[in-house]
Ligand binder design. Structure first.
Ligand SMILES: *[C@@H]1O[C@H](CO)[C@@H](O)[C@H](O)[C@H]1NC(C)=O
Ligand SMILES: *[C@@H]1O[C@H](CO)[C@@H](O)[C@H](O)[C@H]1NC(C)=O
Ligand SMILES: *[C@@H]1O[C@H](CO)[C@@H](O)[C@H](O)[C@H]1NC(C)=O
Length: 501
């Protein structure tokens, strides 16, 4: 689950509402973090001058000083965690009330700041601004009009690449995931420079794939899908389209982040013929089994899995739309001020603390571009995964299962059907994709599967998208593995598919 800040803010903000507060939650949240932030700032101001003095007196003194600063920071982080945890506990007792607070509340879009063009440009705009070519392609699946962004060749080499990658973003995200880290670091650019034809899909309902051929976006039928439907219909349609553009032989590898991996594995089990079309699959921060998520979001699964309630509240519009109450809070993350520390703290708390890889300059752009909703059913489906404590299964309609599946429980996705070579990238500090769950996935996949641990022990769930050291921590290894795939055919296939057969 790519937990975008909007969600995080929303989930957290709901906690405050259960305290009998009204809609003005922005201040409640800010208070907690700002209190701490003010403390920290004052502390750092004093420390800075002491460190400067200490540096003049000797190295040993300076090191001591540095240690005392980091233990202070740790203590502050622990305090923040404790505060939020106590709210999470109180929420468990009033779960229904929490769901109520997720209701829709339109507000004005905050104005974008022109000095950072990436704040206002769409994905193709940003790509072209960086000197790369970009095309938009449209695929229609079950009436949903899906827009794919493509970098057909690199900046400096106009030859049509012989190798193709499809990049699939995660929850609450878009194709922007792959470019926001800029030309040297963003995976889409890096792959383009390495000679790949790069395609980035946008899932149905996100801001680039919002239109539908006959359904209006304010209807229950439009939002009646989870990632299951994307895996069953949309991803196959996208792959078929790429195959047709590439004249039958796409040399295609799939790279997914977070929910992008969920969709991959669901598709490979529901439509096993696609095992023969893909050359390999790369799963960054895999989300398949969710028995061991460490994030505090876990506590909210019992609430979020309440089908009747979620459908009532979100049945006919986007789940967590940009202009909802949480949009109000996250808009404050667009400003280059103290609030960005508030946002940072929330991200770290939910996704794992990693100051080293956090690029503050990117925060507003990241917030702006990744804000996009999904369906209530997607949220419920994930909550069910968490609640089930380790099942990878279809949507649970509870008492309606017999009508839908002809059985009292939903079918599991049969991972033994996966035959394409898979590489799983994981990290120790990913609170949403734990070692235990990734290992469980690894154990169910074929012998060709590889598992790669990111070398930074603090790398978190979102660092795959914006880490300062993406080139050394992620991109280098990924390119190496991709090279293997195409050179030695490790997991490779000698063109073993037939279009339309
Ligand atoms: C697939 O990629 C390999 C490695 O670059 C290349 O040798 C081969 O010609 C490609 N196949 C097609 C059909 O482009
Ligand atoms: C939603 O989908 C389910 C199963 O696919 C179907 O039974 C139901 O009628 C649909 N509901 C709406 C409002 O389209
Ligand atoms: C942080 O992001 C900005 C904006 O993309 C970029 O110019 C800068 O080089 C990045 N800093 C680091 C240390 O990666």
């Amino acid at each position: 689950m790519n937990v975008h800040l909007r969600t995080l803010l929303l989930f957290i903000s709901t906690l405050y509402l259960t305290n009998g507060q009204n809609w003005d939650i922005t201040n409640d949240i800010k208070d907690i973090f700002e209190d701490k932030t003010e403390d920290m700032k004052a502390f750092f101001d004093v420390q800075r001058s002491r460190v400067e003095k200490a540096l003049n007196t000797g190295y040993v003194e300076a090191v001591k000083m540095k240690d005392s600063v980091s233990s202070y920071v740790d203590a502050q982080q622990r305090k923040i965690s404790a505060d939020i945890n106590s709210y999470v506990e109180s929420v468990k007792e009033s779960s229904r009330k929490v769901a109520d607070t997720w209701s829709y509340l339109p507000i004005e879009e905050p104005g974008a700041r022109m000095e950072q063009p990436d704040l206002v440009l769409s994905v193709p705009g940003v790509i072209i601004r960086n000197g790369y070519p970009c095309e938009t392609h449209t695929v229609v699946s079950e009436g949903y009009i899906l827009n794919l962004h493509r970098i057909p060749h690199s900046k400096n080499n106009k030859d049509v690449p012989k190798k193709t990658v499809l990049l699939q973003h995660g929850l609450f995200a878009s194709s922007a995931d792959w470019i926001l880290n800029g030309p040297e670091k963003g995976l889409a650019y890096v792959l383009s420079d390495a000679g790949y034809d790069v395609w980035m899909s946008n899932i149905r309902g996100n801001k680039y794939s919002k239109e539908h051929a006959w359904l209006k976006t304010n209807t229950k039928s439009y939002w009646n899908f989870s990632w299951h439907d994307i895996a069953l219909h949309d991803l196959p349609a996208v792959i078929d389209y790429i195959v047709s553009i590439k004249k039958g032989d796409p040399n295609l590898t799939y790279i997914g982040h977070s929910m992008g991996t969920t969709i991959l594995f669901a598709m490979l089990t529901l439509r096993p013929e696609y095992n023969n079309i893909l050359k390999a699959g790369f799963a960054l921060a895999p989300v398949v089994f969710m028995s061991d998520i460490k994030s505090p979001l876990k506590s909210l699964a019992p609430v979020a899995s309440n089908i009747a309630y979620m459908e009532m509240l979100y049945g006919s519009h986007e789940f967590m739309p940009k202009n909802s109450a949480l949009g109000r809070i996250s808009s404050s993350c667009n400003e280059d001020n103290m609030d960005s520390m508030v946002c940072k703290n929330i991200i770290f708390y939910i996704c794992g603390y990693n100051d080293k890889q956090f690029n503050k300059t990117l925060l507003p752009v990241f917030m702006r571009n990744l804000g996009t909703g999904t369906s209530w059913k997607t949220a419920v489906h994930f909550a069910q995964e968490v609640k089930s404590g380790g099942n990878f299964q279809q949507f649970d309609y509870e008492s309606n299962n017999p009508r839908v599946y002809g059985a009292p429980t939903p079918p599991e996705y049969d991972l033994s059907k996966v035959t394409v070579p898979i590489t799983l990238f994981w990290s120790e500090n990913d609170l949403l994709s734990s070692e235990k769950d990734v290992q469980m996935l690894y154990d169910r996949l074929p012998a060709t599967t590889r598992m790669y641990k990111i070398a930074d022990p603090e790398f978190n769930h979102l660092d795959y998208l914006w880490a300062k050291d993406a080139p050394t921590l992620l991109n280098k290894k990924l390119l190496e593995y991709l090279d293997d795939t195409y050179k030695t055919g490790i997991g490779g296939f000698s063109i073993s598919f037939n279009i339309g057969k």
